[in-house]
Design a protein around this ligand. Structure first.
Ligand code: ZN
Length: 457
């Protein structure tokens, strides 16, 4: 167990005289690039200074910091790494109970395991307990920002926002909209779906200084009528809200969508014609896309939530990650619990790296460089933030950004007699950690929300 050293010299920032807090340790910082060239920076004697609002005031070396900010409260993390909070760009809160459960592919799995589970969220008390546990567990694995699908119930979505408000986590979240293709108890009319969503957005979008944001959430074209998708597209445009949905995940799903909408040129065209493709749209999976569909998505500047763990668990397929990165898409990683079996974004980073190798194995002769551990870390942090349109707020350490970060102990990452010879090896140990990544502390806006072995809230 790593114990931070507190030097309680409460003093003042020389310039502003506001109380600041200084965090010291080995910092890993994603560089402000795009997915076409992801890189990390390392600051061995690093220092992060955060003001009383949770905004980063300084990133650099401890030596420079102590010259500029005298008499500051210092929290030093020895034998640990400080990295930006992890970003989950695609996850289903009401499915958490089903993580690792079930067999079969997407459509069969939804009917057998997921819809019955989501139906239980009609019970407000059950929904509240589940939401509190979900966010608590996410913070414990270092996730500080999440793009969340709630159940299709308005009240369950409301209590999920209350739970996120109290937990301190950063969310973009919405009520899952469905009006067809699922049990009746999960459906409501297009008018009701939009009305409920707008009432929730009015209450929660931008709450707590923008930490909580509302996302329009039509589940996918297989459970939304044309009318519902069209209405959703209209609202997205007039209100400027994010949209999240699924696209081209599974071959059976593709056939199902083609049967439902024979007049559309492609799955992507269904969303194009209904106005759902905007620069604030996050599309999960996006495995089976033609060149035309990819060009259209790029033109609309849509973001991709890459969910490799789920893609394998549900036997959906292997996304051509590297070529989509080379095309310059904004790409983040999504746990897609419970299609994925873990809330850990470090698990998802490892799956992303291994999945890119699987793509190469399946396409001998057409190999592209496999995703490195460093690139996977970049996708799990700044890549995810950029995908959600939060790249100016979180995802890396930069003056003016909000101080969402995680402290990971190094002892658990390796056998004691192992030494690092390079920073890429350190990143690899984080992603592939022999004993699993041990998150020691999780902070959002400079506020500690999780401490291993302790309950700080
Ligand atoms: Zn999903």
């Amino acid at each position: 167990m790593l114990l931070p050293i507190h030097l309680t010299l409460y003093v003042k920032n020389k310039k502003t005289m506001s109380v600041v807090r200084l965090y010291a340790g080995l910092i890993i910082n994603p560089l402000e690039t795009s997915s076409a060239a992801p890189h990390l920076d390392y600051i061995p004697d690093g220092c992060l200074i955060v003001d009383e609002h949770g905004t980063i005031q300084f990133v650099g070396t401890l030596t420079d910091a102590t010259m500029r900010f005298a008499e500051t409260q210092i929290q030093r993390f020895d034998n640990a790494v400080i990295l930006p909070g992890l970003v989950d760009t695609h996850v289903h809160l009401p499915q958490y109970q089903a993580a690792a459960v079930g067999t079969g592919e997407l459509l069969e799995w939804l009917n057998a395991y997921i819809f019955p589970l989501e139906a239980r969220f009609v019970d407000e008390q059950y929904a509240r307990v589940q939401a509190e546990r979900f966010f608590r567990d996410a913070l414990a694995v270092g996730t500080t920002t999440m793009s969340v699908y709630c159940s299709s119930h308005k009240i369950a979505t409301h209590v999920a926002f209350e739970a996120a408000l109290n937990a301190g986590v950063r969310v973009c979240m919405g009520k899952t909209m469905m009006d067809t293709g699922a049990p009746d108890t999960l459906l409501s009319t297009p008018v009701q779906n939009i009305q409920d969503s707008m009432e929730l957005a009015t209450r929660w979008h931008g709450a707590d200084g923008g930490r909580l944001q509302y996302t329009l959430t039509p589940r996918f074209a297989g459970s939304c009528s044309w009318k519902l998708m069209l209405e959703c597209g209209n609202v997205a445009k007039t209100e400027g809200l994010r949209v999240q949905t699924h696209l081209a995940e599974n071959p059976s799903e593709l056939a199902f969508i083609a049967e439902l909408f024979p007049h559309a040129a492609s799955y992507t065209d269904v969303y194009e014609q209904t106005g759902l493709l905007t620069e604030k749209t996050i599309l999960a999976h996006s495995i089976y896309l033609s060149g035309e569909e990819r060009s259209l998505l790029k033109e609309r500047n849509c973001a991709i939530a890459h969910c490799p763990c789920s893609n394998r668990f549900l036997q959906s397929g292997v996304m051509p990650l590297r070529s989509m990165m080379n095309q310059g898409f904004r790409i983040g990683l999504g746990s897609d619990v419970a299609g994925g079996f873990s809330l850990s974004m470090m698990n998802e980073a490892r799956e992303a790296a291994e999945s890119s190798k699987t793509w190469n194995i399946l396409h001998r002769g057409g190999e592209l460089p496999a995703l490195s551990a460093e690139e996977a870390l970049w996708l799990a942090t700044l890549g995810g933030a950029q995908a959600l349109g939060l790249g100016d707020t979180v995802g890396s350490f930069k003056v003016g950004k909000e101080a969402d970060f995680v402290v990971v102990g190094l002892d658990a990452l390796m056998p004691r007699d192992t030494v690092f010879h390079s920073y890429p090896n350190l990143a690899a140990r984080l992603v592939y950690g022999t004993a699993g990544m041990k998150v020691e502390h999780t902070f959002v806006r400079g506020k500690e929300l999780y401490r291993r072995g302790d309950s700080v809230r």
